[in-house]
Design a protein around this ligand. Structure first.
Ligand code: NAP
Length: 310
């Protein structure tokens, strides 16, 4: 008997379908768990970044695993879960290339203002003889990656053929990497034209990209964020964009998703996507497969396939 697998509300069909096919006993959590649910629950499944609080862990005495559908587990109190003997798993590696693709796409779209150019054409302004505004070159620029982990490194690999320079900041230099290392986000921002964020979210990186970092990036600078919205001081970003102290931003993540500030929606040099870094058919299938494998392993008493190490 594997007990009850509680599902956070709103999980996508790409995950629900393989979960239903797994033979596990599933129920969606609505509000607080009932006493019967709490007693029976051995697993909890959440979408990456969604909350799985210490209170919830405490309410589920037989919980063995929190399976996160995503690589970022900033919504889970991992230390507390561990203290209660609960394994937390995520889905690393399988989504790296897709998220890096999106970061490159946002970079090119922001520098070359492709959504605005397309709107110019579709709205008939080109046909009426009006030229689209000039944009910014992508090749030969100075790129900075904030967080040179799995995704950050895959982004850097994609930037290499553009023929510019690549620098990075993580909390410590990465061994064997030839890119220039900067010991702070501000120093990195000062040295580059395009700053691409690929750190985890959570308390440790909250507003890591603040007004000072944006000022260091400067009025020709571009900010790309595929990490978590909370890593950027969104108010400071909006001010910098509105006051032309930053050229543009390409954002897949926002501070209070799914709400997106009107100022960003209205800004002509922002390219915005609805947190779709890993949202391809292939990657979502691989992520769902890993969630199911982790559940089946832990619930049968075997070690998790991809436990988080933090
Ligand atoms: P990872 O391999 O753990 O890489 C994270 C990198 O960030 C590491 O290089 C780490 O290096 C650095 N880092 C951590 N804390 C830092 C800090 N306080 N200051 C500076 N650098 C810091 O993780 P990943 O697989 O590349 O994923 C990165 C993140 O991308 C995830 O956590 C998630 O939030 C986000 N993500 C977004 C999407 C999307 O749909 N947009 C999809 C997947 C993932 P050090 O530890 O040496 O500092």
């Amino acid at each position: 008997m594997t007990g009850l697998v509680l599902l956070a509300p709103g999980l996508p069909d790409s995950l629900l379908t393989p979960l239903r096919a797994s033979g596990l006993n599933l129920q969606t959590l609505k509000g607080a768990p009932s006493p019967e649910q709490a007693e029976a629950t051995t697993a909890y499944v959440v979408f990456g970044g969604s909350p799985a609080s210490a209170d919830l862990v405490d309410a589920l005495p037989n919980l063995k695993i929190i399976a996160v559908h995503g690589v970022g587990y900033d919504g889970v109190d991992v230390a507390h879960a561990r203290s209660r003997g609960v394994v937390v798993t995520n889905t690393p590696d399988v989504l790296t290339e897709d998220v890096a693709d999106l970061a490159l796409a946002l970079t090119l779209n922001t520098l070359r203002a492709l959504p605005a150019a397309e709107h110019h054409l579709r709205s008939g302004r080109w046909g009426a003889g009006e030229r689209a505004p000039l944009t910014r070159r992508a090749s030969g620029r100075r790129y900075g990656v904030l967080g040179l982990g799995r995704i950050g490194a895959a982004i850097a690999r994609r930037l290499e053929p553009l023929g510019g320079s690549i620098a990075y900041h993580s909390r410590r230099p990465v061994e064997g990497v030839a890119y220039a290392y900067h010991d702070s986000p501000e120093s990195l921002a000062e040295a580059v034209d395009v700053l691409i964020i690929a750190t985890p979210g959570g308390a440790a990186t909250e507003k890591l990209v603040n007004a000072q970092v944006l000022a260091a990036l400067g009025p020709d600078g571009v900010l790309i964020n595929i990490a978590r919205g909370g890593v950027v001081d969104e108010e400071a970003l909006i001010s910098a964009l509105i006051e032309d102290r930053l050229f543009g931003a390409g954002l897949d993540v926002f501070a209070h998703e799914p709400s997106v500030p009107q100022a960003l929606l209205d800004h002509p040099r922002c390219v915005l996507t609805p947190h779709v870094g890993s949202a391809t058919v292939e990657t979502r299938a691989a992520m769902a497969g890993l969630v199911v494998e982790n559940l089946l392993a832990v619930l049968s008493g075997a070690p998790a396939i991809t436990p988080v190490s933090a």
